[in-house]
Design a protein around this ligand. Structure first.
Ligand code: PMP
Length: 390
């Protein structure tokens, strides 16, 4: 029997063998001609994946939190007003981070599983002159997706820079950065970008680059300072050697393979595949009478699902039984509800087989936990949803 389990947490995810193989070659110099070409190619492809032809891409070694730092440290000066639109754990993180760089301002906090109403965001923007606004596209703690297009439009309307935390959405959820007028779209490698953890990735609009150029005070973070990184990105794109901090060479070689795969699938097709798979998973949960966190279907993310343990089912016992059935899922993340819900990631190369295996493992675990309902209803519903036109 295979010992290997299917990793279905909301990042890191299961990666394509070609991506992993690209990492396992002897490390070239960071200024070797073939690596310079690879780095430059990645920057060019990022503009296409982000749908932001005029943006400035950055690739820096670090996790998603560094991507948040790269945006916050460079765009905030002490005393700047910032608005954080939070739908969970990672919105709160952005508020802490911006405060560290001297930001003042406000946080609009949604109840778990809910969104901050757009009217409330608009009222805040109308009442005060904010320099920037952050929002989490998909908050990985709740599985809720904000309306990025509408928030981007509000940012344009009120002349407020917008930062989209897309760690759990870029290359999975539909984002048209340029068309939607979003100034920074940031992510990390280990989620829908489909490369092992270790790369902070962002694309910055000309408007935000200009705001950064007009700073009056130095950037309050040495490693994250765009003054250090912009010349490096420009040099690699011009196919010239450059050095500030040693790039994560093997990860960037893997990124080139993954971005090529993403563009070969096509962004629209990729967004649609994620939506279809997520829909099938939610249909399965519904058929099993499992309640999901997002209060409204329209606000449910396509990259992960957060769902409550059914009454009478112990979370630890349930997750252990899912693992016993060959699939790893994640527990809760929100401090107050941690023990009441679980999370399943379905992004990146995820396919129908992965989804059906996951639903099957959940059914087996429910059966093991003595769930008193028909535990085959989920697979049936998922199959029907996968077969149906979408
Ligand atoms: N934002 C969101 C929405 C996330 O899901 C995560 C990671 N789960 C982060 C930020 C932070 O990323 P990292 O753990 O890579 O630092």
């Amino acid at each position: 029997m295979k010992g290997r389990k299917l990793l279905m947490i909301p990042g890191p995810i299961e990666f394509e063998p070609e991506v992993l193989q690209a990492m396992s070659i002897p490390t070239p110099s960071h200024v070797a001609p073939n690596f310079i070409a690879c780095f430059g190619h990645c920057l060019e492809m990022m503009r296409k994946v982000w749908l932001c032809p005029d943006g400035q891409p950055f690739i820096v070694a670090g996790s998603g939190t560094l991507a948040m730092d790269l945006a916050g440290a460079n765009l905030i000066e002490p005393g700047d007003q910032a608005l954080v639109v939070s739908s969970g754990y990672f919105g709160q993180r952005f508020a802490h981070l911006l405060r560290r760089y001297g930001a003042e301002g406000d946080i609009l906090e949604a109840a778990p599983g809910e969104l901050v109403p757009l009217e409330q965001v608009e009222a805040a923007l109308a009442a005060k002159n904010y320099k920037l606004m952050t929002f989490t596209h998909v908050d990985t703690s709740t599985g809720v997706r904000t309306d990025a297009q509408a928030l981007g439009a509000l940012g344009q309307q009120y002349n407020t820079l917008t930062i989209l935390d897309g760690v759990c959405s870029v290359a999975g959820e539909r984002i048209h950065q340029q068309e939607w007028g979003i100034d920074v779209v940031l992510t990390a490698s280990q989620k829908a970008i489909s490369v092992p953890p270790g790369l902070a990735l962002l694309v910055v609009s000309p408007r935000a680059m200009q705001a950064w150029q007009q700073r009056r005070s130095p950037v309050g973070n040495y490693y994250a300072d765009w003054h250090n990184w912009l010349p490096i990105m420009q040099a690699y794109e011009d196919r010239k050697p450059a050095y500030f901090g040693t790039p994560a060479v093997n990860l960037i070689m893997a990124l080139e393979v993954s971005l090529k795969q993403i563009l070969a699938e096509g962004m629209e097709a990729r967004f649609k595949r994620h939506a279809h798979i997520a829909h099938a998973f939610r249909e399965a949960m519904q058929a099993l009478a499992i309640m999901m966190l997002p209060a409204e279907k329209a606000a449910a993310a396509n990259t992960l699902t957060a769902a409550f343990y059914p009454e009478g089912v112990d979370g630890n016992q349930f997750r252990a039984a899912v693992s016993q059935a060959g699939v790893i899922i994640a527990g809760g993340l929100l401090a107050d509800l941690k023990s009441q819900y679980f999370r399943v990631g379905h992004m990146g190369p995820v396919n129908q087989n992965d989804l059906l295996a996951t639903v099957g493992a959940i059914e087996a675990a429910l059966h093991h936990c003595g769930y008193p309902y028909d535990t085959s209803a989920g697979s049936k519903a998922a199959k029907a949803a996968l077969l149906a036109d979408f």
